[in-house]
Ligand binder design. Structure first.
Ligand SMILES: [Zn+2]
Length: 241
């Protein structure tokens, strides 16, 4: 069975609203609920492309009420550390390599900003996909969040009290391997052609898309030997590139 899930990264008041709206409209037309990663206090100029929308928080709250999943996506999105942590997709991080106190402050403040704005984040994923064991401790001590959407695997697994949901692709591909495929998009940077291709894939793969609540609503085992091997191979190949 192949199931696809959509993760949208870098929601913030200064995102490129017109692009986001087109992506969300496309998902709505196809009845797909994405996970929206919200940056609580964005200070990363790369992801701030428009004047701040005063209605941003109302709009995200409405998306959550419609059934979208909300993720805490870091705190300020600034990757000042050069560590890759335990999911070293990049050698830079907002979290990996920082002290527990530093990470707890970011997690606590980020979670507070989201909840003060009426959101109920149940997921976490870090800027640049990078975090470490200390990030998990900070999440455990400062929030009720127990779902992390960033790992290389074919299916979700549990570890250290967290559900790890894979995130494998940056655009839709027709996958032949059965599994749970989470595809992340950055709507702010999508071109017209990419939005059209996005919409076309949703049409042609109707019925194969899932909502994240279907993953958190069931019991998962620990990581399989096949996924352990896959993860090792993935990072070896990435290093060689
Ligand atoms: Zn991001």
């Amino acid at each position: 069975m192949t199931r696809y899930f959509v993760r949208l990264d870098d929601a913030c008041p200064s995102m490129r609203h017109e692009r986001w709206q087109r992506v969300l409209d496309s998902l709505d037309r196809h009845g797909v609920h994405p996970m929206i990663g919200v940056i609580p206090s964005n200070q990363d100029p790369v992801t701030m492309t428009s004047p701040a929308d005063p209605a941003f928080w109302d709009k995200v709250r409405a998306r959550e009420e419609m059934g979208d999943s909300i993720a805490l996506h870091g705190f300020n999105h600034c990757c000042d550390s050069e560590s890759g942590g335990i999911n070293p997709v990049h050698q830079r991080s907002e979290f990996a390599g920082l002290t527990l106190d530093e990470q707890k402050t970011k997690i606590r403040e980020g979670f507070r900003i989201l909840t003060d704005n009426g959101l109920h984040p149940e997921f976490f994923f870090a800027p640049s996909h990078t975090f470490d064991a200390t990030t998990l401790t900070a999440l455990r001590e400062e929030t009720p969040i127990r779902n992390v959407c960033d790992t290389v695997a074919l299916r979700p697994y549990t570890r250290d009290g967290f559900l790890f949901i894979p995130q494998q692709m940056g655009r839709f591909r027709n996958v032949k391997v059965p599994g749970y495929w989470v595809v992340c998009y950055h709507p702010t940077f999508m071109t017209d052609a990419e939005i059209e291709a996005f919409d076309a894939f949703l049409s042609s793969h109707r019925g194969q898309f899932g909502d994240f609540s279907e993953l958190t609503g069931r019991t998962w085992k620990s990581k399989s030997p096949r996924d352990r091997l896959l993860q090792r191979m993935y990072f070896i190949i990435r290093k060689l590139r």
